[in-house]
Design a protein around this ligand. Structure first.
Ligand SMILES: NCc1cccc(Nc2n[nH]c3ncnc(Nc4cccc(O)c4)c23)c1
Length: 232
């Protein structure tokens, strides 16, 4: 998160850190006791290894009361996701066991009504992604509020030039923005997860490249079917 601020500790108890060998790779969030939603692109450099999921954390390194690292039983990238574009950039992770819910670990509801969030709506996004252009990484969860911009503005030829589909949404990226390592985290508007951070052009903090999110509502049926089909 560029030019955000430290989140109030444990006030975003749905936040997950997807880790490999103890290193934060991507964000994610708890959508059910045994399920985390993130971005499919996060598996690009994992060489087939499964993530570990850190829940209940504010600091990535310090001991905290309800901080716990969960093993992942299975990962389900959306079948339409691919390395060449941002389409269907969603990843479902089934935890090895149900997460223990408490004040620091809680499920975040996601939007099921497929209707665009109005432009200028101020939403918030959080993550342990890089906080400056030299790629400095925070120890503590960062957050930032960003206004939604319309798909027409986001698709302007000087911005994302027609690549933003109906299954995507954008927020203004002037100065304050998402960045490397924030992928997979939720865009929360009015207490409901409306989108999942996708890297898109990978540019951070440049107003000409608004931040892009995969809208969740269009994928509610896919999410429900994967959760229902997997055992347990
Ligand atoms: N703002 C959109 C957005 C959301 C999520 C991730 C991203 N960026 C990135 N995702 N993956 C990346 N691998 C390498 N570099 C990256 N961006 C980068 C890093 C340092 C300086 C800078 O100006 C940009 C990214 C960008």
């Amino acid at each position: 998160i560029l030019r955000g601020s430290e989140a109030r500790p444990h006030l975003k108890p749905y936040m997950a850190s997807l880790q490999l060998d103890g290193q934060h790779v991507c964000g994610g969030f708890l959508i059910a006791e045994q399920w985390v939603l993130s971005a499919a692109h996060c598996t690009e450099e994992t060489d087939g290894k499964l993530f570990q999921v850190l829940l209940g954390a504010h600091s990535l390194t310090e001991p905290e009361p309800h901080k716990r690292l969960y093993q992942v039983r299975a990962q389900f990238p959306h079948p339409g996701s691919n390395i060449h574009n941002n389409k269907d950039d969603l990843l479902l992770l089934q935890l090895e066991e149900k997460a223990e819910l408490n004040t620091d670990v809680r499920v975040l509801p996601f939007q099921r009504e497929d209707r665009d969030v109005a432009a200028d709506t101020v939403c918030e996004v959080a993550g342990w992604g890089t906080i400056d252009h030299s790629g400095r990484r925070p120890d503590k969860l960062q957050q930032v509020q960003r206004p939604v911009i319309s798909r027409d503005v986001c698709n302007h030829r000087t911005r994302h030039d027609g690549t933003i589909t109906q299954n995507m949404m954008c927020t203004d990226s002037r100065r304050k923005d998402t960045c490397k390592g924030d992928s997979g985290g939720p865009l929360v508007c009015g207490g409901v997860a409306e989108g999942v951070v996708t890297a898109g052009s990978r540019v951070c903090g440049n107003y000409k490249k608004p931040a892009i999110y995969t809208r969740i509502a269009p994928y509610a049926a896919w999410i429900d079917s994967v959760m229902a089909s997997a055992d347990g």
